[in-house]
Write a protein of this length. Sequence first.
Length: 232
Amino acid sequence: MNFFNNINKSVNRLVDLVYPRLCFYCSEYLTETEDVLCVYCKSSLPVLDFSRNYGVISSKFVDVNPKNVICFLTYKKGNITQSLLCDFKYNGDKQIGSQLGTWFGNFIQDNLHISNIDLIVPVPLHKSKERKRGFNQSEIVAKAISEVLSVPCLNALERRKESKTQTRKSRTDRMFNVKDLFSVLDPDLVKGKHILLIDDVITTGSTLAACSMELIKHDVGAISIATLALAK
């Protein structure tokens, strides 16, 4: 076993020489224990001050009354969060999404008292959009969180049609844009369950609220909401 481990380490070192692993943000070389970001850049991630922002966040979901709402990072134009998520979503760097999900899962585990989660459910993309992008970013994040928390991840929701872009829409317009947009694939799998609903960024919260409303129709036990970032 040690022999094969040594071979793998040697191969990895050779690959690093040919294709060096660089920090996404500062382009410094990564060590064997670093992924995506170097220690310095990871320490500079804009982790959200949740106590100061709880009122703003929870006010987006008064109609669905989630048990918990959690956001990991602050998302602003030009900041590191925006750079990471844009490369993940639009340049197809799934490693970034997976690593962010792992860090978020550890953050949830270490800092927040969320218990009795039965299922982790990602917000779905429409099939045509997922085919075009090649993946659902929320699903990648959800699966990484699932591994950290040891809770099963399930694609329990379906997006019935592709909605128009939410950019520059008011909260009222966004809510109308996503009304009746989602459906539960198998009501028996969510009935009575405490669902942790995952998305990448909260803006007005309309998409997450619409997903929550659809789940509530099918008698889920409770809903908690977790997103990688809060748009400010």
